[in-house]
Design a protein around this ligand. Structure first.
Ligand code: GCB
Length: 580
């Protein structure tokens, strides 16, 4: 799935802006024919969650209706035309000019409809969105609490995960064109041989006659190109880049890849992609980037911002990266769903290593609904890898966060998903993120062991002297059992901004800072630990619960409006000058 792009053969139009909106609490819209248009209640901004735009809609999960009119652009003449939603949470049904285009389930990955034959001079686009929390959805909600299937968190709304279940059209909506004969997909993998970078490019195209593909790589004063004929709509080329400028944090060198579909010297279609030449590999207890050990220091994050909810406007995204750079981080995990295309582009450009995670958070393995959850997880794993496979920033795939893997079905579930991920991407390590640790059996067939640890918070509350030795012992046990690199993918404490205590007390900024510093002290002494991600970069909104004052998770080292807490300064000191 190629991201829409503007080039001499392709056009895009961003449909962001004000859309008509109406909630449908009695679910009448379908019966009343709103699919053909409705009278609006209000206008709202797209992209953004509806829950943050109107106070009365905070806990409203749907259904709700959006509509927008747009005219056909002359540039669309003679082209194929598509409509792409970056993300709609959770269930989207879409109509154009009263005709149904389709339905999409799942909140954080793009979907596309071809509308070439449906497009008129003036058009009406209608979208019905519904975001109920259900046990057979991914991520699940409304799951009965029990030791095997869910934490007894008593959230309102009843999510089985700790972030607000925002709803709506939460990422940009694009119209884009392609020529009728076009490049359908491009897959780039890279390798290194001595000082030579090797770029392998597989392109797929749909043509109605013989055509050839021209592939070129350009950058840092070097250009190389290859022409090869299409065979059954496909071609694979190897390009050699001597004295390659490798991609890595601190030196995010990007080359420009251009793939052109040509006939008789004429370019019919083209795709341009920034690419990074790099390798990533697990070897023994190490993670190797470009053949050298790398340590991932950084954060779990959330797409969460006041007023826009699960959409990070460009200024907030910029600030998140500015904060991560200021603090000396080199990586993050897309907790707990794939982030926007714009976020991934920025990670490529600024040199951040990313663990890409699917929306499978809070999974449970009771029989009811299990086959549907597996089907959705397979779809999301595939869609995530297809969307993000060409980003040099992505160095690992995470299949899930904190599954309740107590039931035996969990292992087979993850074997299935890992097999799928490996068949789609043979170049990146695969993992999942566990709270169970040594009893997470799936680590036997995964490449790295990722655990979230809250000693000194959910256990040993307020007692770091007891918590720290437990962390140390636990990490050693994990390595002894699995003999694989370990990443501590979450650790941290809530700190309510402006709350101070001496001696440090839970919820004070001093306690958070001390806990993080002491965790990093332990982690540094374990040569098999290859990553430390603090939970979280910024405070974020979650559902209401007794343990979530103000409906907030305050484990950010920055506030929700991105200002540093004490822990941010402590981390900056610890992580500066290339130290882990
Ligand atoms: C976790 C979860 C994360 C929560 C965090 C917490 O283990 O992975 O989603 O927000 O703990 O703060 O409790």
């Amino acid at each position: 799935m190629l991201y829409p792009q503007k080039n001499p053969n392709r056009q895009t139009k961003d449909l962001s802006g004000k859309w008509d909106f109406r909630i449908d609490p009695r679910n009448q819209g379908l019966g009343k024919g709103w699919t053909k248009g409705f009278s609006k209640q209000q206008t709202l901004s797209v992209p953004a969650s509806w829950n943050e735009q109107f106070a009365g809609l905070r806990d409203y999960l749907g259904p709700a209706w959006y509509q927008r009119r747009f005219s056909r652009h002359p540039a669309a003449e003679g082209k194929r035309i598509f409509l792409r939603f970056g993300s709609v949470n959770y269930l989207a049904q879409v109509w154009l000019n009263g005709m149904k285009l389709g339905t999409h389930e799942g909140g954080h990955l793009p979907f596309v409809f071809e509308i070439t034959r449906r497009l008129k001079k003036e058009n009406l686009l209608v979208v019905r969105v519904e975001g109920f929390l259900k046990p057979d959805r991914v991520p699940p909600g409304n799951v009965p609490a029990g030791p095997l299937d869910s934490f007894n968190n008593n959230f309102n709304p009843p999510a089985s995960f700790d972030f607000f279940p925002y709803c709506g059209i939460q990422r940009p909506v694009f119209l884009f064109t392609t020529p009728h004969e076009s490049i359908e997909d491009v897959t780039v993998t890279t390798n290194i041989n001595g000082k030579m970078g090797i770029v392998s490019v597989t392109a797929q195209a749909k043509t109605s006659g013989p055509a050839s593909l021209w592939v070129s790589v350009e950058g840092f004063g070097w250009k190389t190109s290859i022409e090869s004929p299409l065979k059954s709509g496909k071609s694979t080329d190897l390009l050699k880049v001597p004295d390659a400028k490798l991609w890595a944090p601190g030196s995010p060198n990007l080359y420009q890849l251009k793939v052109e579909l040509k006939r008789n010297g004429k370019t019919i279609d083209q795709i341009r992609l920034p690419i990074g030449i790099r390798t990533i590999q697990v070897k023994g207890s190490r993670l190797l980037l470009n053949g050298k050990p790398i340590f991932l220091k950084g954060f779990g994050r959330h797409e969460d911002y006041a007023g826009t909810g699960r959409y990070l406007p460009p200024k907030a995204l910029k600030k998140d990266y500015a904060n991560m750079r200021w603090i000396g981080a080199n990586s993050f995990r897309t907790t707990h769903y794939p982030y926007s295309d714009e976020d991934m582009d920025m990670a490529d450009r600024l040199g951040f290593l990313v663990i890409g995670e699917t929306p499978a958070v809070g999974l449970f393995f009771k029989k009811e609904g299990l086959s549907k959850r597996l089907k959705l997880c397979r779809q999301f794993t595939k869609d995530m890898i297809e969307r993000d496979k060409n980003h040099p920033c992505v160095v690992m795939w995470s299949l899930a966060n904190e599954p309740h893997s107590h039931r035996p079905a969990a292992k087979a579930f993850f074997k299935n998903l890992a097999g799928l991920a490996r068949s789609l991407d043979k170049t990146r390590p695969i993992t999942l993120v566990s709270y169970l640790g040594v009893s997470e059996e799936s680590f036997e067939f995964l490449d790295a062991v990722c655990v979230n640890r809250y000693y000194g918070w959910y256990t040993e509350p307020g007692d770091l002297d007891k918590a720290i030795p437990r962390l140390s012992q636990d990490l050693d046990e994990l390595y002894r059992k699995f003999k694989k690199p370990v990443l501590v993918t979450e650790f941290g404490a809530d700190a309510i901004p402006g709350s101070h205590a001496d001696p440090p007390t839970m919820f004070s900024v001093e306690y958070q800072a001390e806990m993080i510093e002491r965790y990093i002290g332990v982690i540094r002494r374990k040569p098999y630990v290859v990553g430390a991600h603090v939970w979280n970069l910024s405070d974020f909104k979650t559902a209401q619960a007794t343990h979530r004052p103000n409906g907030m998770n305050y484990k950010g080292v920055f506030t929700r409006d991105r200002k540093p807490k004490l822990a941010a300064y402590v981390l900056r000191k610890l992580w500066s000058k290339g130290k882990n």
